[in-house]
Design a binder for this molecule. Structure first.
Ligand code: AMP
Ligand code: ZN
Length: 115
């Protein structure tokens, strides 16, 4: 999709600190990390958010989460624990309109704040 920063990372047009590059998914370090380990995982195919997901995308999104667990293992946070989150839309503060899961860990995380 034009003007999508994560599509540009998926295609290699924009550089990122990539930690896993699969056939259908790519994972890279967040440019503004909110934890010692902060990795973003995306499908290479453009999907705006979880809200845009259809039944046809179930295998892809399942793969993305399965790859996230693998990437967390590689990042060394499996034993200590980590959090996977996705923001959908305005109230969640979604900044990039391409589905992504944040992997956060490497230190004790705060509570899941609602405000
Ligand atoms: P969200 O608020 O869930 O849409 O999160 C978007 C995330 O993408 C933020 O944590 C940004 O720091 C991160 N981000 C935006 N542009 C880039 C980029 N070029 N490389 C790595 N991370 C990025
Ligand atoms: Zn995109």
């Amino acid at each position: 999709m034009d003007d999508c920063i994560f599509c540009a990372i998926a295609s290699g047009e924009t550089k990122a600190d990539i930690v896993f590059d699969g056939r259908d998914t790519v994972f890279f370090r967040d440019i503004h990390p909110k934890a010692k380990v902060h990795i973003v995982g995306i499908p290479k195919q453009h999907l705006t958010s979880l809200d845009a997901m259809t039944a046809a995308d179930q295998a892809l999104v399942g793969k993305l989460l399965h790859d996230a667990a693998h990437v967390a293992e590689e990042a060394g946070v499996t034993a200590t624990g980590y959090r996977v989150i996705t923001n959908v839309g305005g109230d969640a503060g979604q900044e990039v309109q391409h589905l992504h899961f944040h992997i956060l860990g490497g230190e004790r995380l705060g509570p899941l704040n609602v405000r």
